[in-house]
Design a protein around this ligand. Structure first.
Ligand SMILES: [Zn+2]
Ligand SMILES: [Zn+2]
Length: 145
């Protein structure tokens, strides 16, 4: 994706730092914290200080270009859109995160909210579990010898 063109297309300022952070998130295809985005920017030897990274991340989230999800104690970011209506399955040990397309669950929750007299604004489901890697690590650790 040409993020600079995309920003201009949407009528937003196309600054190099916005383009860079969107590229970092797109290439990682992970859910990164602002801290991790900052490290990825540093790894590219781009002179961009952390506070600028944090500020830009917040701006992009505000513009709806990236999506913020609260996982555990930290906020994780990913490119918005794509699997738009997805939820998150998170490993409670290592915080590895997988997207879950739960359109059916959203519809059901919408129905329940309406039955309770609420006009729904957003649905965000966070499912936790222990990933295969962590389970295997624990099984290996528990095996004597
Ligand atoms: Zn895990
Ligand atoms: Zn996600």
């Amino acid at each position: 994706m040409d993020w600079m063109a995309e920003l201009r297309l949407r009528g937003y300022k196309a600054t190099p730092q916005r383009g860079l952070i969107l590229r970092v998130l797109e290439e990682s295809s992970q859910h990164l914290t602002a801290e991790e985005i900052g490290r990825a920017v540093e790894a590219r030897a781009v002179p961009l200080n952390r506070s600028t990274v944090y500020r830009t991340v917040e701006t992009l989230a505000g513009l709806g270009l990236i999506r913020a999800t609260r996982i555990g104690r930290s906020t994780h970011y990913e490119i918005a859109g794509g699997e738009q209506d997805h939820h998150h399955l998170v490993c409670s040990r290592c915080r590895a995160t997988v997207d879950l397309p739960l359109a059916g669950a959203s519809a059901e929750l919408t129905r329940m909210a309406e039955a309770a007299g609420y006009e729904l604004e957003s649905v965000e489901v966070l499912v936790t579990g222990i990933c295969r890697t962590c389970r295997e690590r624990e099984r290996t650790a528990a095996t004597p010898g």
